[in-house]
Design a protein. Structure first.
Length: 94
């Protein structure tokens, strides 16, 4: 249980493993939820898309395709977006 006692928390800093789920379990849970509520009631997001030496066009095509194929028949909705490099984002962007 996470109790939010204010607008700031150090939980991600000390318990980052909580926020890195098993991808296979996520797919399985998504399918289970879809079976429960229907394919028109669930959707997934692929974002933010940004290009770099590590995250190339080919990387994104492969990753998106793998997820889409895994979720085929369990949803009719996907949302994609590209990163918007606003001044504040540029300042904090690696």
């Amino acid at each position: 249980m996470i109790i939010n006692t204010g607008q700031r928390t150090d939980i991600p800093a000390f318990y980052s493993r909580w926020f890195v789920p098993d991808k296979h379990k996520l797919i399985d849970d998504f399918k289970l939820l879809s079976d429960m509520v229907g394919v028109n009631s669930v959707g997934w997001r692929y974002d933010p898309i940004f290009l770099s030496d590590r995250y190339t066009h080919e990387y994104h095509i492969k990753a998106f395709t793998q997820i889409a194929e895994a979720l085929a028949g369990y949803t009719n909705t996907v949302v994609i977006s590209f990163i918007d490099l606003y001044k504040k984002v540029e300042k904090n962007f690696p």
